[in-house]
Design a protein around this ligand. Structure first.
Ligand code: PLP
Length: 406
C-alpha cells in the first residue's frame, strides 16, 4: 500500500489557516482508510470500467515511428476516457471518497473548465449537487465547457475577485469549504495544494501508469508527459519511479518563447520556491510573492505553480524537464493527426512535440511512451483559428448569423 507523504523533499506540506486543519486531517484519514479497503478499490475499479471506459488503449504508433526513423512510439490514449481527458480519473476517485465520507455536496475550482467538466460529470453520475467556482474571465473565454458543466447539472459560480481566473477560483473554493466542510467535499483538480491532495490525486491518476504496466509487453526506455499542475504526469510516471532504466521527461509550456509572461516554464531556473495556496513548491512569482502572468496556447498548462512531488523529482534529476512552444505543439497536433488518426489535446501536443524530438535521437530498438492526456476536440476554437484562419472565421461568422428553427 502506498505510504502517505506530507512532504516531497523540501516541497509539499499543509500551509493553511487553523480552520482548514480539521477538514484536511479528516480527508487524510478517510483517504488512507479507503486506499486500504478492498471494497473501495473495487468500487473505483468498477466506476473506471463502467463509466470512464477504462482501460484506455496503449496505441503502437507505427506510422509515426517509421516516419521519424527513431524509437518505437506508443501513445496512451487518455483522451478516450469519458469527458475526454485524464481529469475524470481523479474526479471519480474523490467523488467516490466523498460518498464514503457521507458528504452531501461537492465543490471544485476550474480554470479552462476541463476539471469542472469532469467533476460535474462524476457528480451527475453519483447524484451529488455540485458547485464549480470559475473566474469570470475564464467563463468568458471557455464558454463551451461552461455549457457542458451546466448540462451535467452543476452550478457554475463566477468569481469576480483578483484577476478573475484560476487562482481566484481556488481561493473562493477554499472559502466555501471553510464554511461548509461538515457536509461538503472540495474536489481539487491537480496533484498540488495542501496535503493530502498531492498524494490523493497521484493515487487516483496512477491508474494510467498501472494499466501501462499491464499493457506494455516491451522494455520501456522513455516516458513523456506534459506538465501543468502535474496530475497526468505523476499518474503516468509514479508506478515506474523505481525503475532507473526509464528516462522520464516532463514537458512544460514554452509559449511564445523566453521572457517573463511569455510561457509557463517553472522548472528551468525560472521558478522560485514559495508557499502559495497551501503548499510549498516552485512558482513563477516576484520578490513580493506576487504571481506572474503566464502564457500558453493550451489552457491547461498555464498554471504558475507545479505539484510538489514533480518539483522535488525534477530537482533531484529523476524527471528531466523540457518545454515545447505553442508553434511546436501545433505542429505535433498535425503530425499525429496525419500519421496516426489521433487528435491530441493542445496540452498533450506539448508532450507529442518533445517526443518527436526525443524519438529521433533514439534507436529503432528502443521504446518511448507518450501520455496523450486528452483529446483535442475541445481545442477546435484554438487549433482551427491558428491552422485554418479565414475559413474558420468565416464559419464562425455565418454561424452567428444563422437562424435556428425546429
Ligand atoms: C488539465 C489538463 C492538463 C494539465 O493538468 P495536469 O494536472 O498537469 O495533468 C493536461 N492535459 C489535459 C488534456 C488537461 O485537461
Amino acid at each position: 500500500m502506498p505510504t502517505y507523504n506530507d512532504f516531497f523533499g523540501p516541497y509539499g506540506g499543509r500551509y493553511v489557516p487553523e480552520v482548514l486543519q480539521p477538514p484536511l486531517a479528516e480527508l487524510e484519514k478517510a483517504f488512507q482508510e479507503a486506499l486500504n479497503d478492498p471494497e473501495f478499490l473495487k468500487e473505483y475499479e468498477d466506476f473506471c470500467r463502467d463509466f470512464i471506459g477504462r482501460p484506455t488503449p496503449l496505441l503502437p504508433a507505427r506510422n509515426a515511428s517509421r516516419e521519424l526513423g527513431g524509437a518505437q512510439i506508443y501513445i496512451k490514449l487518455e483522451g478516450l476516457a469519458n469527458t475526454g481527458a485524464h481529469k475524470i480519473n481523479n474526479a471519480a476517485g474523490q467523488a467516490l471518497l466523498a460518498r464514503r465520507m457521507g458528504k452531501k455536496r461537492i465543490i471544485a475550482e476550474t480554470g479552462a473548465g476541463q476539471h469542472g467538466v469532469a467533476t460535474a460529470a462524476a457528480c451527475a453520475r453519483l447524484g451529488f449537487p455540485c458547485v464549480i467556482y470559475m473566474g469570470e474571465e475564464d467563463i468568458r473565454r471557455q464558454h463551451p465547457n461552461v455549457y457542458w458543466m451546466e448540462m451535467y447539472g452543476a452550478e457554475v459560480r463566477p468569481v469576480t475577485s483578483g484577476s478573475r481566473t484560476l487562482k481566484d477560483a481556488v481561493n473562493e473554493a477554499f472559502r466555501d469549504w471553510t464554511a461548509n466542510s461538515h457536509d461538503t467535499h472540495y474536489l481539487l483538480g491537480s496533484a498540488l495544494g495542501p496535503s493530502p491532495y498531492p498524494d490523493m490525486v497521484r493515487e487516483f491518476q496512477s491508474v494510467i501508469g498501472k494499466e501501462i504496466k499491464e499493457q506494455a509487453d516491451f522494455k520501456i526506455d522513455a516516458m513523456v508527459a506534459c506538465v501543468g499542475g502535474g496530475s497526468n504526469a505523476i499518474g503516468f510516471l509514479a508506478p515506474f519511479l523505481d525503475n532507473p532504466d526509464i528516462r522520464m521527461i516532463g514537458v512544460e509550456a514554452g509559449g511564445r518563447g523566453a521572457g517573463e509572461g511569455n510561457n509557463a516554464v517553472r522548472m528551468a531556473d525560472t521558478g522560485r520556491p514559495g508557499i502559495i495556496q497551501g503548499y510549498k513548491s516552485l512558482f513563477l512569482h516576484d520578490q513580493d510573492g506576487q504571481v506572474l502572468d503566464t502564457h500558453s496556447i493550451s489552457a491547461g498548462l498555464d498554471y504558475p505553480g507545479i505539484g510538489p512531488q514533480l518539483a522535488s523529482l525534477g530537482e533531484a534529476g529523476r524527471i528531466e524537464f523540457t518545454d515545447a512552444r505553442d508553434q511546436e505543439a501545433l505542429e505535433a497536433l498535425k503530425f499525429f493527426a496525419r500519421h496516426e488518426g489521433v487528435i491530441f489535446a493542445m496540452e498533450s501536443a506539448h508532450a507529442g512535440a518533445a517526443a518527436i524530438k526525443l524519438a529521433r535521437e533514439m534507436s529503432p530498438d528502443q521504446n518511448l511512451i507518450i501520455n496523450m492526456s486528452g483529446r483535442g476536440d475541445k481545442d477546435i476554437f484554438i487549433s482551427a483559428a491558428a491552422l485554418d484562419g479565414d475559413n474558420w472565421r468565416e464559419f464562425l461568422d455565418s454561424e452567428s448569423r444563422r437562424k435556428y428553427v425546429d
